[in-house]
Structure formats: C-alpha cells, structure tokens
Design a protein around this ligand. Structure first.
Ligand SMILES: Nc1ncnc2c1ncn2[C@@H]1O[C@H](COP(=O)(O)OP(=O)(O)OP(=O)(O)O)[C@@H](O)[C@H]1O
Ligand SMILES: [Mg+2]
Length: 235
C-alpha cells in the first residue's frame, strides 16, 4: 500500500462528509508515514472516489435510511472481519447488496454515487467498479481483440460493483444471459452490489426474468425512491 498524497477540499463537499464523522480536513491530511493508517486509507479512498464519480454527481450525498443502513452494515462487517483475522486494514469483501428502484429522474444514480462517496470517508478499504447496464453490455459485446470472458470476470469478481439502470434497455436473450450470470455470481459469493433500476418492484420478474428477480430479492436490501423527475423540475 502506498502513501497517499494530501487531498484538497475546495472542490466538492467531502469536508462535510468528514465532519459528520467528527474528522477535520487537517486530520485527514496529517502525514503519519503509515500507509495503513486510517487517514491514509481515507485520502486514497477520496482520490479514488473523485475519479469514479461522474461530474454531475460530484457533490452527491446519500441520505436514504436504507442506504445508510447498508453502508453501516458493510463497514461494521469489514471491521469485525479485520479483528477476527487480525488484518492490517478493514476491507469490504462480502455482504448484502442494495437495490434502488424508482421512476426516471427521482435520484437513483445520485443516491448510488452518494453511497460510494460516503463509503470513501469511512476508513475501510472499498474498491469499486462502476458501470451502467448499457455500458456493461457494450464492454462485453464480442469483438476482435477483446476477450469477453475476461472482461465479464472483471465485473463479476469486483469487490464492490455499481450497476446503474438495470432493465432499462430492451432485453434480448444475450442481455438476459449476462444479467443472470452476473447476478448469479454476485449472489452465490455474496459480493456487495449496488443496483439501480426504473423497473417497478412488482414488474421485476417480468422485466428481468424470474431467476434474476428471485436472486435480487434475496440478496438485496431494497429502497423505492418516489417523487417527480428532478431534471424536468430543474428545467
Ligand atoms: N437528493 C438530490 N439532491 C439534489 N439533486 C439531486 C438529488 N437527487 C438527484 N438530483 C439531481 O436530479 C437529477 C436526476 O437525478 P438522477 O440522475 O440520480 O436520477 P435517476 O433516478 O438516476 O434517473 P434515471 O432513471 O433517468 O437514470 C440529476 O441532475 C441529479 O444531480
Ligand atoms: Mg440514473
């Protein structure tokens, strides 16, 4: 593990997220020379989160009780595992998943990236891979020079995976198979996955297939975001 350089706090509101944890930006930037210190882990995580989060969600803060409960459970579990194994750092490895449902524009993606940003200030190691389902299918489409199976495994095995907009595109046999294999792998190995979808809860089975819906229902905490399209409201 490397020593992370100091981070600046004038761009987004990470300072406020830290404050909620009772930490100051000066504390986080205190260089103690220990690559495994909590402050070094937070500096690394903030730098990684800034790369992973798309520009319009750079200030996103997750506020749903279900999201906060999910994060707390993952963090508590990582710390408990660290103690049990006498490991140097707490790492998120296994745990429950979270499914955010709601119609277009209510704030599902905002909530998801808000969760990623919140996890960054917890001091546990959380390695994210983020994608939308459309980008996932594009990345896995068989083409010259790319081994689709290797690419698939990158998503299937990711420590923490965000799949935005599951079920948004018209399903084909091929996308159904990808959805099933991905969800099944994450389900069987209890790999924490954050999924968003604009499919209504009662339509999950119709839109994603019985076997995907059944696994999602067992493996995920669920939150339904209600309201109107924030984009239209803003316009
Ligand atoms: N809690 C919030 N506070 C402030 N702005 C928000 C919040 N939630 C969402 N927004 C803003 O509202 C817009 C729509 O949010 P978002 O993209 O998360 O919706 P969505 O539910 O993912 O929509 P879609 O189903 O089309 O993907 C974005 O501009 C986002 O930045
Ligand atoms: Mg979205």
């Amino acid at each position: 593990m490397d020593l992370a350089p100091a981070v600046t706090f004038d761009r987004d509101n990470f300072a406020a997220l830290l404050e909620e944890r009772g930490l100051t930006t000066d504390q986080v930037n205190t260089r103690d020379g220990d690559p495994f210190s909590e402050m070094n882990l937070i500096r690394r995580a903030i730098t990684q989160a800034r790369t992973a989060v798309p520009f319009i969600y750079r200030n996103a803060v997750a506020t749903l009780p279900e999201t906060l409960t999910w994060i707390t459970a993952l963090v508590d579990d990582a710390r408990a595992q660290q103690k049990r194994r006498d490991a140097i750092t707490p790492v998120i490895s296994r745990g429950r998943s979270l499914l955010l449902l709601g119609p277009t524009g209510v704030g599902k993606t905002h909530q998801a990236y808000g969760a990623l940003r919140r996890l960054a200030v917890t001091g546990v190691s959380a390695t994210w891979l983020t994608t939308s389902s459309a980008d996932l299918y594009a990345a896995l489409r068989p083409r010259a020079g790319v081994d689709s199976e290797t690419e698939f495994r990158r998503y299937a095995h990711a420590r923490l995976l965000l799949v935005d907009d599951l079920g948004a595109a018209k399903a084909t046999e091929w996308t159904e198979e990808i959805n099933f294999r991905l969800v099944n792998h994450r389900y069987e190995n209890q790999l924490p996955t954050l999924l968003t979808s604009n499919v209504l809860p009662k339509q999950l089975a119709d839109r994603l297939g019985d076997r995907v819906a059944s696994r999602l229902i067992e493996m995920c905490d669920r939150a339904v975001i209600t309201g109107t399209d924030r984009r239209r409201n803003a316009a």
